[in-house]
Design a binder for this molecule. Structure first.
Ligand SMILES: *Cc1c(COP(=O)(O)O)cnc(C)c1O
Length: 430
């Protein structure tokens, strides 16, 4: 029977036809209808105006309907929306690549524009495998990574995600087997760092002959568990890579563009990678776009492989709309205001979440930059926890044993306080 309520009708169609991320069609979890978004707020059909504690999966760093990003997109649409990138180029892509080289750690000079974070990881893996071939080391086909990582949902990326999750178990027969070191320890425990470093070095030398690269998220592991680790471990990875002729691939898809307090997380460790993946906040959360930057050395080695070219080229490579909005986002970041915002939000989260420490069911509370995490000692009931946060006027998406927030940088102090109340309420759900 047709519903007289248009929101209910849309949600009924949604339940019938639309996949959502990691969702069941047999038993669909509730989804909420967004009717508007501006600044740090979402407008939900059933819950009204709420603060967005997720930045739309960490991407919408400047909030929604940012005037500069809106304007960039509008004016680009009047030029042309897309052209193929094979044999053709255009100003937004060229300017974006040049800007990324400017803001990236030293030495990263070659830019591949990809459609999404996962695809950029696939491209990065092809780069290092081809570069090893170009160096005359075709037997170096495995990757060294750490437990607890997340690099995307496509097959190459999945193979370097935490092996304990469901993806590895289910796809064991089709995934290449890479080499997993222990998760690097949390900051500040010198003895734990030393133990980890020794075992990482030992594992790397045992497998060096077959390894192409080290692939990790720097300092903050995101979807694999919101784990913060000691910067010294990243420096060890850089040393080990150099010692054994491995490339260091840093996945800054979650951490890039100021989220952890420095423009790129690796800066805080003083580490420069050979290959860098960026995505998510690259377009300020407006359109799907990612990029892979590599050194001239990687580009030369790769180009000496038997194909002579990088074997990748997506249909929507370098989409001008996405590039234009990414440039506008980088312009907003270039004002430097993000630094103060991230610090302000970080201290608001540290203060506001401190009260969760010691609550029943709470195992740990941690913050890094504009990231706040409450880890429980039990799996979260996502449906109930989401509702509890909404009752406080906050949109969150807890997962596993984690209630966390990555707010847009435009959040006011009041928004941050509200988010903390939402996180506490979600964490208190039994
Ligand atoms: C989200 C994420 C990806 C995957 O990006 P998609 O755009 O979702 O494909 C890869 N690596 C990290 C660290 C991420 O956070």
């Amino acid at each position: 029977m047709a519903s007289p309520d248009p929101a209910a009708a849309l949600l009924a169609l949604d339940r019938t036809h639309v996949w959502h991320p990691y969702a069941s069609m047999n038993d669909p979890a509730p989804t909420r209808l967004v009717t508007g978004a501006s600044g740090a707020h979402l407008e939900l059909a059933d819950a009204g105006r709420v603060v967005d504690g997720m930045s739309s999966w960490w991407a919408a760093i400047h909030g929604y309907r940012h005037p500069a990003l809106d304007a960039a997109l509008r004016s680009r649409v009047d030029e042309f929306a897309h052209v193929m990138f094979g044999g053709l180029t255009h100003e937004p892509a060229v300017r974006l690549a040049a800007r990324l080289v400017e803001v990236a750690p030293d030495g990263l000079e070659r830019v591949f524009l990809a459609d999404s974070g996962s695809v950029s990881v696939e491209v990065a893996l092809k780069m290092v495998l081809q570069a090893q071939r170009g160096r005359g080391r075709p037997e170096r086909t495995r990757l060294l990574t750490v437990r607890g990582g997340y690099h995307g949902d496509t097959f190459g990326a999945m193979a370097v995600c935490d092996p304990v999750g469901g993806m590895h178990t289910m796809f064991r027969d089709v995934l290449p087997e890479h080499v997993f070191a222990d998760r690097p320890p949390a900051p500040g425990d010198a003895a734990a760092v030393e133990r980890w470093s020794q075992s990482f070095r030992a594992l790397a030398s045992a497998h060096a002959h077959e390894l192409a690269a080290i692939v990790v998220e720097p300092l903050l592991q995101g979807a694999g568990g919101m784990h913060v680790y000691d910067a010294a471990c990243l420096r060890v990875m850089r040393e080990v890579a150099d010692e054994h002729g491995l490339f260091l691939v840093l996945d800054e898809i979650a951490t890039g563009f100021g989220r952890t307090g420095t423009f790129f997380a690796a800066e805080a460790a003083g580490v420069s990678p050979d290959v860098l993946c960026v995505g998510k906040a690259l377009t300020g959360g407006y359109l799907t776009l990612a990029a892979v930057l590599c050194t001239d050395g990687v580009a030369r080695d790769l180009s000496a492989s038997e194909s002579g070219v990088l074997m990748h080229g997506p249909t929507f490579m370098g989409n001008p709309l996405a590039c234009a909005v990414a440039l506008a986002s980088l312009d907003v970041l270039a004002t430097g205001a993000w630094r103060a915002d991230v610090a302000r939000i970080g201290s608001g989260l540290a203060t506001g979440l401190a009260g969760c420490r010691g609550l029943p069911g709470v195992a740990d509370v941690r913050t890094l930059g504009a990231v706040g995490v409450v880890q429980l000692d039990h799996p979260v009931d996502t449906g109930k926890a989401t509702q509890a946060a909404l009752d406080e006027g906050v949109w969150l998406r807890p997962f596993r044993d984690l209630v966390y927030t990555m707010p847009p940088y435009v959040c006011t102090d009041d928004d941050v306080a509200r988010i903390c109340a939402g996180v506490a309420a979600a964490a208190a759900v039994a």
